[in-house]
Write a protein that binds this ligand. Structure first.
Ligand SMILES: C[S@@+](CC[C@H](N)C(=O)[O-])C[C@H]1O[C@@H](n2cnc3c(N)ncnc32)[C@H](O)[C@@H]1O
Length: 256
């Protein structure tokens, strides 16, 4: 204990108010990576399978920790009456508000829509118009989702693993997300595998190191039929790939 760090960066300690969405988009999405296009395809097909027998009335979707990424929201457009983007960092909230404003989202997201519209359910959707109509942004903390508010489908991309170094906060993040989903709700969640943290511009953000087993363990109380994909794509130094979990929320009462 004398050598090295003895404290862990908790979620509340990270410089979220300094998060730079444009730099984050430059680093991650401006040039679409094969792995993101693959994720979009897998998520699109998962949602298509979940709704193959019909779409229930009034499906509301949520993307938790949406940050500067619009593709999870785009993937929910054909199925939802409303989509909420919940995000904590104020600069990201402002970024998202611009994306869903009447001017329409930035061209950077077109490449992801191109993959989505290969599936029939997406083909007749005008994504910019629909985003403006049904997508709303809310500043909020994932940890405040206590099961009182529930959505019929949801996504959480690189959040529970990329917000804190603490194992309890990772588990709590997954739990809060899953508790925000109603019984049977289709979901997609992505995690950086074995991430040691990440930089956005001049600031460093914490991560909790997960592997496929930890992800499966964290989800097992909430879903019976999760499929996990271990995608061996490296997007930067300091992680070992990406894990994508696709499933449906079970009907169990979740532990508080
Ligand atoms: C690595 S980024 C992922 C952003 C985006 N979902 C993506 O796929 O690229 C982590 C995101 O989690 C958000 N975040 C951190 N702590 C949060 C909290 N307590 N509640 C909600 N969002 C949080 C950050 O602001 C940031 O947007």
């Amino acid at each position: 204990m004398e050598h090295g760090r003895v404290t862990m960066d908790r979620n509340a300690d990270a410089p979220w108010s300094k998060f730079d969405p444009e730099v984050y988009v430059d680093n991650n999405y401006r040039t679409p990576l094969d792995v993101d296009l693959l994720i979009v395809r897998l998520m699109r097909d998962h949602f298509g399978r979940c709704f193959a027998d019909g779409v229930p009335d009034s499906v509301r979707g949520v993307d938790v920790g949406a940050g500067a990424n619009l593709y999870p929201a785009l993937s929910m457009l054909p199925w939802c009456e409303k989509v909420l983007l919940l995000e904590y960092a104020q600069p990201n909230v402002e970024y998202l508000e611009r994306q869903v404003s009447p001017e329409g989202y930035d061209p950077v997201w077109d490449a992801f829509w191109e993959v989505l519209r290969e599936a029939p359910a997406y083909r007749d959707v005008d994504p910019r118009a629909r985003c403006g109509e049904i997508v709303r942004v809310e500043r909020g903390n994932l940890f405040d989702l206590d099961g009182q508010r529930r959505w019929e489908m949801g996504t959480m991309f690189f959040v529970a693993d990329s917000m804190s170094e603490c194992p309890e906060e990772f588990a709590r993040g997954v739990r809060c997300f899953m508790n925000a989903l109603g019984e049977g709700a289709p979901f997609a969640a992505a995690f950086m595998k074995e991430s040691v943290g990440y930089r956005v511009g001049d600031h460093t953000y914490p991560a909790y190191r997960v592997n496929e087993e930890r992800v499966r363990e964290s989800l097992e109380a909430f879903t019976t039929d999760v499929e996990t994909h271990d995608l061996h794509h490296m997007v930067r130094p300091g992680h070992e790939g990406i894990l994508l979990a696709l499933g449906r929320r079970n009907g169990e009462v979740a532990t508080p």
